[in-house]
Design a protein around this ligand. Structure first.
Ligand code: GAR
Length: 192
């Protein structure tokens, strides 16, 4: 099963996938390419470390969505990799119909809350401020509805009396680092 990973930020979830792959926990999954929409994204530094090509692809002209020329650049670059799945690991852009159609049913996203609660930006902060006692993370198929596609799997995180936003953030990230590789391993077992 061939996957590409897209990220914008620290790249800790891409690292978790690459470590799982290195340790033989992803079945026959091959990570064929890493892509970032920011030249400084942490995911790009993982390329040389894990021996995977890593490329900044210019997402212009828009700031928060992938559309127009930027969308075409992404479709071309990713299609050339012939992936079975496109994995969004902290890729902070809204995808539009052109991209969704090019990889229909093959895009999965990680979100830091128990969807359908707290979609959109800052899922951890939203849950914290709302005062819920259980939050977590979700991996789901991407559709045109932002954070609204079919859920593949979730992991719950309990908010304990001593927690702060910082400790909760750490716990959710730890849950993500286990969940996303586990979903990829499951997809690969299911035949890609
Ligand atoms: C993760 O917490 C992921 O759930 C979130 O971005 C973070 C990326 O961290 N994604 C979203 O909020 C998407 N709506 P990372 O760059 O360290 O993997």
């Amino acid at each position: 099963m061939r996957i590409v990973i897209l990220g914008s930020g620290r790249g800790s979830n891409a690292r978790a996938i690459l470590e799982a792959r290195r340790d033989g926990r992803l079945g026959d999954t091959e990570v064929v390419h890493l892509f970032a929409d920011k030249p400084e994204a942490g995911i790009l530094a993982l390329g040389p470390e894990f021996g995977v090509p890593a490329t900044f692809v210019d997402p212009a002209p828009f700031k928060t969505k992938l559309d127009g020329e930027g969308e075409l650049r992404y479709i071309d670059a990713i299609a050339a990799c012939q992936p079975d799945y496109v994995v969004l690991a902290g890729f902070m852009r809204v995808l539009k119909p052109g991209f969704l159609g090019a990889f229909a049913g093959r895009i999965i996203n990680l979100h830091p809350s128990l969807l359908p609660s707290f979609p959109g930006l800052d899922g951890i902060g939203q849950a914290w401020r709302r005062g819920v006692k259980v939050t977590g993370c979700t991996v789901h198929f991407v559709t045109a509805e932002v954070d609204g596609g079919p859920i593949i799997d979730q992991a719950a995180v309990r908010i304990e009396p001593g927690d702060t936003l910082d400790t909760l953030t750490e716990k959710v990230h730890a849950a993500e680092h286990a969940l996303l590789p586990a979903v990829i391993a499951w997809l690969s077992q299911a035949g890609g």
